[in-house]
Design a protein around this ligand. Structure first.
Ligand code: HEC
Ligand code: HEC
Length: 240
């Protein structure tokens, strides 16, 4: 009994394995054919591509209207408060920021932002200069609004123009100008920027996570308290 069962098993295995190996061969054949097909297609594509006129590099308008528009709007008047408006900002400042976002030889970029570092990865220095010029010449639409209380905005106004003598916070106006228009090339314009973006930058300077300012803003921030940061950010968003 036992013998019969085991020989029956052996036969069954032999029968079963025969079609399996045949199937495997068939699969291999199929794959070979597919590989050949793909190779032919790829070769044809290469031939076609080399015959075609190479694609022209994208223009500045195409980059701004394509890659950047979803977050900053095509004309640089951002409608999303965490993304900065770029319209009307000084060209030299913008170009410096783009260069600072770029990671060189895999090193952490001078200005650390995962999003922006990815955005500028493939840009040339010329692209960055032209993008700076492009946004600088766009008309400012003042897309920011403030929902803060009047007292908060008023406190921000006092700090912006006069600083805080008790804690040695300098007047923002001394570098960014009484109207918030900045002073090219080093001092960016701030007027009308989204409060959420400005506050984030003040926090980043404070924590040393934005450190592309030669320590200037970091020093200012080391003297500011949370209320001052909030108030001045709200006031800046109302400046015209
Ligand atoms: C996915 C959203 C997103 C896209 C797309 C994007 N940005 Fe930004 N951009 C941001 C954010 C967020 C910041 C603020 C980064 C930070 O400091 O944390 C920023 C900051 C900047 C700044 C600095 C502004 C300042 O006032 O210092 C410039 C300049 C800039 N972006 C240009 C561009 C350009 C040019 C492109 C297209 C090549 C682009 N961005 C694409 C989200 C985006
Ligand atoms: C001594 C000069 C000086 C003073 C005073 C000063 N700033 Fe600045 N600020 C700078 C410089 C320079 C930069 C640009 C740093 C860089 O190149 O990235 C800057 C950048 C900024 C930015 C980033 C702008 C952007 O688009 O990302 C903000 C926000 C800002 N300052 C707010 C303030 C506020 C608010 C005050 C007052 C409490 C102030 N600053 C006082 C010199 C100054």
């Amino acid at each position: 009994m036992k013998m019969i069962t085991s020989s029956a098993l052996i036969i069954a295995i032999a029968l079963l394995s025969a079609p399996i190996s045949a199937e495997t061969d068939a699969t291999v054949d199929l794959q070979d054919e597919e590989t050949v097909d793909q190779e032919t297609v790829a070769e044809e594509a290469v031939v076609e591509a080399s015959e075609a006129v190479p694609a022209a590099p994208p223009t500045t308008e195409e980059i701004a209207g394509g890659m950047c528009a979803g977050c900053h709007s095509a004309d640089g008047n951002s409608i999303i408060p965490i993304n900065p408006s770029l319209a009307g900002q000084h060209a030299g400042y913008l170009t410096k920021q783009l260069m600072d976002f770029q990671s060189v030889d895999g090193e952490t970029a001078k200005r650390n932002s995962a999003v922006m570092t990815a955005m500028v990865a493939a840009l040339t220095k010329e692209n960055m200069q032209e993008l700076g010029d492009y946004y600088a010449r766009q008309e400012v639409n003042h897309t920011a609004t403030s929902e803060a209380d009047e007292e908060v905005i008023a406190a921000g106004k006092i700090l912006y123009h006069g600083g805080n003598l008790d804690s040695n916070v300098p007047a923002c106006a001394s570098c960014h100008g009484p109207t918030g228009s900045g002073l090219p090339p080093h001092y960016p314009g701030l007027a009308g920027q989204h409060a959420a973006y400005t506050l984030t930058q003040l926090e980043l300077f404070n924590k040393g996570e934005r450190a592309n300012d030669n320590g200037v803003m970091q020093k200012v921030l080391s003297r500011m308290n949370a209320l001052e940061k909030k108030a001045v950010s709200e006031y800046i968003s109302t400046m015209r």
